[in-house]
Write a protein that binds this ligand. Structure first.
Ligand SMILES: Cc1cc2nc3c(=O)[nH]c(=O)nc-3n(C[C@H](O)[C@H](O)[C@H](O)COP(=O)(O)O)c2cc1C
Length: 181
């Protein structure tokens, strides 16, 4: 399956970007193709209806999502919600004529130095994505204490997180394949 991976913060040392890279490697190792949107690809101007049109980075994201079998979002949690740059990216894409969101299977992931691993931010994501008709998988992968619980390559080191990741990824890929069959 072709999966788009969107996430991380804009800073270079983003834990979420690091984890996203590990997910990309894992998915590729299982024979899937992966198209990542991270870092500078997500540094977009704030949505403004007065701008003459969508920036090229927004239409590139839209095109990636239209071709995707499934989407994995790896999102930091800011004040128990969606970070501004990611919400802005979703808002931009939602203004375009051809929507990629309807029926799109989505897995939500997060990493945080905190004890909940960014899990509270998932609720905001679920509300936003449901509004656009995406099929958000019921489970999610949240990496707590991510400043200590990710190795150099972004792989979780804590047994409970590793097990949650493997189990949730298997179940999500099955869910996405059934939805797309
Ligand atoms: C504005 C702001 C709000 C934050 N709010 C939360 C929060 O609600 N929950 C949490 O676990 N971490 C919170 N954090 C800490 C982030 O989880 C932490 O900075 C994390 O490393 C950000 O992700 P990144 O490493 O991918 O940049 C917040 C950080 C910022 C800058």
């Amino acid at each position: 399956m072709r999966l788009v991976l969107v996430g991380g913060s804009l800073r270079k040392a983003s834990l979420n970007t690091k984890f996203l890279r590990h997910l990309a490697k894992t998915l590729e190792g299982r024979g899937h193709s992966v198209v990542p949107f991270t870092g500078e690809a997500l540094r977009l101007p704030l949505y403004d209806a007065d701008l003459p049109g969508a920036p090229a980075a927004v239409t590139a994201l839209q095109a990636g999502l239209l071709e995707a079998g499934a989407l994995v979002i790896v999102s930091p949690e800011y004040n128990a919600g969606i970070p501004g740059h990611l919400k802005n990216a979703v808002d931009w894409v939602s203004t375009l004529e051809k929507s990629p969101w309807g029926g799109l299977p989505v897995l939500l992931c997060s990493a945080s130095p905190g004890a909940f691993g960014g899990a509270r931010g998932m609720l905001s994501w679920r509300a936003t994505l449901a509004n656009m008709g995406a099929f958000v998988f019921p489970g999610s992968v949240n990496v707590p204490h991510a400043d200590k619980n990710l190795d150099e390559e972004g792989a979780p080191t804590e047994a409970r997180t590793v097990s949650s990741l493997n189990h949730t990824l298997d179940a999500f890929l099955d869910f996405a394949a059934k939805l797309r069959a």
